[in-house]
Ligand binder design. Structure first.
Ligand SMILES: Nc1ncnc2c1ncn2[C@@H]1O[C@H](COP(=O)(O)OP(=O)(O)O)[C@@H](O)[C@H]1O
Ligand SMILES: [Mg+2]
Length: 372
């Protein structure tokens, strides 16, 4: 694609040059006009002074003084023309800030609460994009007791990742609420909540720093906690095999790591601290067979620790041990929800009964099942 990009860049470059030439021509014209006016004022002052001296109304000193005062008087105007660009830039910057702040209203934070147990209740949650008013999710509801696992499946762009962000309180719900131990998760004080929840986004989003910094969520984490989280994520051996182990720099956005490595370090970050509630957005999308087995073991350990887990998945292989399944339809509504043994069979034998209705959505979400 390089010739095309060079061509496009060349076009932009020419346009920039042309705009630059027009701007500097205007600039020269404006400064020429202001300079002319200033010089004419100076000449007028001098001429008036000369006439007054010739008529013996004033002395030479008065004329010089008047010229100096006159040039002082016009200099603020000249300064203003010179700094007009900055004044306009400041106005534009203020508008941008106002726009940004009105788009992201300040989060109301409640008072600190005791450590949650992991009881998640989602009541009639909807989400609409503010700018376009398009509804991404509508009327999603479910309840998880501490230690219960939920699998969320659905076709691409059905709102699974959006639901994940609402479930950890990263975004506010347009309607309804996500409650953790009865309290709205969005208004739970963020710094206090972080210790008790874990979130693995779909694109893992690691930060520039060492593996240790990333697992400890960019604070000076205690080494024991970091290793414990890595071991729980079955990433300990993989991390030790990196050039400097836990102190390996991973580069901007973790781009010195492979996709699978990033995902396993992201999982360790989600497990850091004392999580009671974890949301994993397609945790197996970059994993090989070994990685998937490790993930299954991690989930089994979380089950024994009675951690509440929501797994968003495209491939059903990680959904083996979940207690409940939520199926989203392409419009972000709930196509099916219930205990795994009730929901799964509807979609496995896709020829029978109810399946034709909701099965269309699941057929895209779970190709292996649909074929199998
Ligand atoms: N902030 C946003 N602005 C505009 N559209 C969004 C935003 N977030 C999500 N969407 C839209 O919502 C839909 C669902 O996205 P997503 O939750 O990522 O789907 P999934 O994870 O199921 O593939 C997509 O059509 C996407 O374009
Ligand atoms: Mg997604």
């Amino acid at each position: 694609m390089s010739p095309t990009f060079v061509g496009r860049w060349h076009g932009f470059w020419l346009e920039a040059l042309r705009a630059n030439a027009v701007a500097s021509e205007r600039d020269a014209r404006v400064s020429a006009v202001s300079k002319t006016i200033r010089q004419m004022i100076q000449i007028a002052l001098m001429a008036t002074g000369a006439v007054l001296i010739l008529q013996f109304h004033a002395s030479g000193g008065v004329m010089i003084g008047a010229t100096i005062i006159g040039s002082r008087a016009v200099s603020p105007i000249e300064l203003l023309t010179g700094s007009w660009k900055s004044i306009i830039a400041a106005g534009l910057a203020r508008d941008r800030l106002n726009q940004l702040l009105s788009g992201a209203p300040q989060r109301e934070q409640g008072m600190p609460l005791p450590a949650p147990k992991g009881h998640v209740k989602v009541t009639a949650v909807s989400y609409a994009v503010t700018s376009t008013r398009r509804t991404v999710l509508s009327n999603v509801a479910f309840e998880l007791l501490p230690g219960e696992f939920l699998g969320v499946i659905g076709p691409s762009a059905s709102g699974k990742s959006t639901l994940g962000r609402l479930l950890v309180g990263a975004w506010p719900c347009t309607a309804g609420a996500v409650r953790l131990d009865g309290a709205n998760i969005y208004s739970w004080p963020r710094a206090a909540l972080g210790r008790f929840i874990g979130y693995l986004p779909q694109d893992v989003e690691l930060f520039a720093g060492t593996v240790r910094d990333n697992i400890a969520r960019m604070v000076e984490g205690d080494p024991d906690g970091v290793v414990r989280a890595a071991q729980l994520a079955h990433a300990h051996e993989m991390i030790l095999a990196l050039p400097h182990g836990y102190e390996t720099e991973i580069g901007e956005n973790g781009h010195w790591l492979s996709g699978g490595q990033s995902q396993r370090i992201g999982l360790a970050r989600a497990l850091y601290g004392d999580p009671r509630y974890i949301v994993l957005d397609e945790p197996n999308s970059n994993l090989d067979g070994v990685g998937e087995q490790a993930l299954a073991q991690t989930l089994a350990e979380l089950k024994s620790m009675a951690v509440t887990v929501v797994i968003i998945a495209h491939r059903p292989s990680v959904l083996m041990g979940v207690d409940k399944i939520l199926v989203l339809n392409p419009n972000g509504g709930v196509a099916a929800y219930g205990p795994t043994q009730d929901v799964m069979p509807q979609f496995v034998g896709s020829a029978g009964g109810d399946a034709a209705k909701a099965g269309r959505s699941l057929a895209t979400a779970t190709p292996e099942r649909a074929q199998g």
